[in-house]
Design a protein around this ligand. Sequence first.
Ligand SMILES: C[S@@+](CC[C@H](N)C(=O)[O-])C[C@H]1O[C@@H](n2cnc3c(N)ncnc32)[C@H](O)[C@@H]1O
Length: 229
Amino acid sequence: MAEFLVEFGKDGGPVAAHGRLDAAAFHRNHQPIWAVLKGFLAGRSGDVLEAGSGTGQHVVYFARQAPDIIWWPSDLHAAHLRSIAAWRAEAGLANIQPPQRIDLSEPAWSVAPPDGRGPDKLLAIFCANVIHIAPWRVAEGLFAGAGRLLRPDGRLFLYGPFKRGGKHTALSNAVFDTILRERDAEWAVRDIADLEKLAESVGLKLAGTFEMPANNMILMFERKDGPQS
Ligand SMILES: C[S@@+](CC[C@H](N)C(=O)[O-])C[C@H]1O[C@@H](n2cnc3c(N)ncnc32)[C@H](O)[C@@H]1O
């Protein structure tokens, strides 16, 4: 079944002094996700934002695979920001920026480090397992930011479980959706058609869908008026 954890490190176990949180899902997901991302990112350079980075393990793995790209991790929760910073310190890679607190539900969020310059425009935004464990306004904020911040050739990659045409793509996702809604009435597995409407409203369009293990998908959005690949 798809992931549920909202705040890593809150499962009762002690958090190690180094602060690096370890998500089981990372070990299952990072290679299939990278296999899709590299189809676009390989051979390109620029700035990529990870929205809702969680532990920070994905961004470190991706940064190792793509050293010509500058990676900008971010999250809302303080414990996650600490974990991202700890993984970044351990990796010692020059192409990962310090994590930033970005709340995607704030309509005008931006990539603006308090002590330096942010990127002009983004080559890509990657966001995994966030918009179903958050109110719909987080999806709205994510797309609004993508519309503002992506380069003309930029892409938004969304990873997670999704509904298609109002229907779940697997029984396990339907069960997961019920659990989510019971936990918080504002959470839900989102429908691709609703995300396409959001995309349309900010000048983006769905440019590709990729089936992933465990009934997850990656949705790739690009600018409606951008250069075609
Ligand atoms: C299930 S975790 C996924 C983490 C990571 N992307 C992964 O796939 O392992 C959801 C993440 O979304 C973050 N999040 C929740 N609401 C958010 C918001 N409004 N803005 C930014 N991040 C948010 C949480 O702090 C958490 O790190």
